[in-house]
Design a protein around this ligand. Structure first.
Ligand SMILES: [Fe+2]
Length: 335
């Protein structure tokens, strides 16, 4: 506990503002404030990260559809549970597998978000896990979809997204690509682009960059950077930072678990009740931890309900006291 209080005492009052007025911390927070993203090296020890990668591949094998990690020819949609073109496994209770919860509640992960929000009272998203298979010639094409995950009508730093990288991830290995520094120009961008037609989105909390938008970023002198990470590194980014993911390379799988936390104080009681229901039914959410959108465990395969169904995880999570708080359930007030 001593390390928690020490870490928190070293943080100035309040949460990070990410607007150029934050103090200098001499750690990854300075990168986040300046660049809109940061890599927290070794948030999870490498051996544990590789262990989680093993479990993630075992999950893909557990559906019995034919995928085998040692046989590249089995990287095929027919032999895998439904994984979308961006690599996300959203259904089948996957967001609540034991190893996914273990990653979310790793000390080095939770503490990073505690530092940003300056509170231990946090909730975590029940977001997807991402399979970037190296031999994906048979998988649906993953076209660039540069975007930010925040409603332009609500500017300012609101949400820190994160992912834990589980395998070696070099410059050409696929994964997250970000427009460095784009977060700080976001407000100006939207003022300038107010008349630009919006790319349709299912939520106002998503903004896709059109060709003209991409040109604006380029003219502003911003560059796109493929984020590199080792097994166990946590990558965090401001939701305003333009980003997307690029397909894995030919030789190296890319496995990632999304971890996004927010102060429980930012969620309503209604949110927490909906989130509890999602937890109990083992349903996924988006990256927003307040569970505004809850998913389904039924996957759609070629437009129809997948014949493979699973409404509980393969391995049920065993939540520590810390992890259970992250569900938000202990913060629900009795009537
Ligand atoms: Fe995103």
């Amino acid at each position: 506990m001593a390390s928690v209080s020490t870490a928190l005492q070293s943080v100035s009052e309040g949460r990070l503002k990410v607007d150029g007025t934050d103090p200098i911390y001499n750690d990854w927070r300075d990168d986040l404030v300046r660049d809109g993203f940061a890599v927290i090296k070794g948030a999870i020890p490498e051996d544990r990260a590789l262990g989680y990668a093993d479990k993630m591949l075992a999950l893909a094998e557990s559906f019995g559809l034919g995928y085998k990690r040692d046989d590249p020819s089995t990287v095929h949609p027919d032999k895998l549970p439904v994984i979308n073109e961006k690599g996300m496994l959203l259904n089948y209770g996957a967001p609540h597998e034991d190893f996914v919860w273990d990653v979310r509640s790793e000390d080095g992960v939770v503490k990073a978000f505690e530092k940003v929000y300056n509170t231990e009272d946090l909730i975590v998203s029940f977001d997807a896990i991402n399979y970037g298979f190296s031999n994906r010639t048979c998988m649906p094409a993953n076209k660039p979809w540069p975007h930010q995950d925040q409603d332009p009508a609500k500017p300012g730093f609101r949400c820190l997204q994160g992912l834990v990288n589980l395998l070696p991830n070099g410059p050409n290995d696929g994964g997250l690509i970000v427009c460095k520094g784009g977060h700080l120009l976001s407000e100006q961008f939207h003022k300038d682009m107010i008349n630009e037609e919006r790319i349709p989105a299912w939520t106002p909390e998503w903004y896709g960059y059109t060709e003209a938008g991409m040109k604006w970023l380029e003219k502003a002198g911003l560059e796109w950077v493929k984020v590199e990470a080792a097994p166990g590194d946590l990558i965090v980014w401001d939701s305003r930072t333009p980003h997307y993911n690029v397909p894995a390379s030919e030789k190296q799988d890319r496995l990632a678990i999304y971890t996004c936390f927010m102060p429980v104080a930012d969620a309503t009681q209604e949110d927490l009740i909906r989130k509890k229901d999602a937890f109990e039914k083992r349903l996924g959410t988006t990256h927003w931890p307040n569970a505004r959108h809850v998913g389904s465990n039924v996957a759609k395969r070629n437009g129809s309900e997948d014949l493979v169904s699973r409404d509980r995880p393969l391995n049920e999570p065993k939540l520590s006291e810390r992890a259970f708080k992250l569900t938000g359930i202990p913060y629900i007030k009795a009537n």
